[in-house]
Design a protein. Structure first.
Length: 276
């Protein structure tokens, strides 16, 4: 193998790390790949860590110990997160987005890969320390952001469905209360082999009004003996104040509905302004 130059190593390492967020790579992985000494690779990683910090591209952290190495996490700065969510909130507050039942049209948002990636980065940064084994969502609109959140956490995505599918094998099915007044009973199901008892789940969904669907996912995890370590949504409504699930992390809050204009006021959640 020809001698690999530093700029070539930096480009390759950067690509490898950012393509696999929240995964530990040992120094030996890179020394064997490039035929370089550990001290040389350490210098490369130090340069990348400074560059990522300078240009707000995430954080590169060294992990000590026998199984240690380096790990990349796509953690945005407070400034970048606030700017992104304020711009998104303005877009969601435009007239014509309000739907019957005081829901918002968000398909163009949840189908935009760049926006979903940003939202996934922000949600994931709240739960790195919880180390969830998987991310759970309910079909279908929450899937894109849940997938991006799972990617940032280096965790698989698990999807609860409204009915069982033959190709998923046997499943656990529960009924849950939905609707603002709790007047609807709906069903969700999850394949038995999708999760393992004793695991930890992070629940991600697109919209929370009363919290019925989220409550259903919490109850579903109890059936599997799985611990729920967090719950996050893209948008939560300000009303009703009392939700069926406590401690939900919402990226944005919807309030002040104007049905005549077909709009609502959407703003970033307060916690966004206090990111570290």
């Amino acid at each position: 193998m020809d001698r690999i130059k530093r700029n070539e190593r930096l480009a390759a390492i950067s690509r490898i790390l950012t393509a696999s967020p929240n995964r530990i790579f040992t120094l030996s992985h890179f020394t064997e790949m490039f035929g370089a000494a550990k001290s040389t690779v350490s210098e490369d990683l130090s340069i990348l860590a400074d560059t990522f910090a300078q240009f707000d591209l995430g954080r590169l952290t060294t992990v000590a110990g026998a199984a240690g190495g380096v790990i990349y996490r796509a953690i945005p700065s407070k400034q970048r997160a606030v700017a992104a969510l304020e711009a998104l909130s303005d877009k969601l507050s435009m007239p014509g987005r309000l739907l019957p039942g005081d829901f918002l049209y968000t398909n163009d948002i949840t189908c935009d890969s760049d926006l979903c990636e940003m939202m996934g980065e922000i949600l994931a940064c709240r739960y790195y320390d919880k180390a969830p084994d998987f991310v759970l969502t309910m079909e279908t609109k929450g899937i894109p952001v849940a997938m991006m959140t799972a990617r940032m956490l280096n965790a698989p995505l698990v999807i609860a469905r409204r009915d069982t599918k033959a190709y998923e094998g046997s499943a656990v099915k529960i009924n849950y209360i939905s609707g603002e007044t709790g007047d609807r009973i709906e069903t969700m199901a999850l394949a038995r082999r999708a999760v393992t008892p004793g695991q930890k789940a992070l629940i991600i969904d697109d919209f929370m009004k009363g919290g019925g669907t989220l409550r259903g996912m919490h109850d579903l995890m109890k059936e599997f003996d799985v611990e729920v370590v967090g719950t996050g949504v893209i948008i939560a409504t300000a009303e009703p104040r009392k939700k069926r699930v406590d401690g939900v992390t919402a990226l944005m809050v919807l309030s002040q509905v104007n049905r005549e204009a077909g709009s609502a006021v959407v703003k970033p959640s307060e916690w966004i302004y206090h990111l570290n």
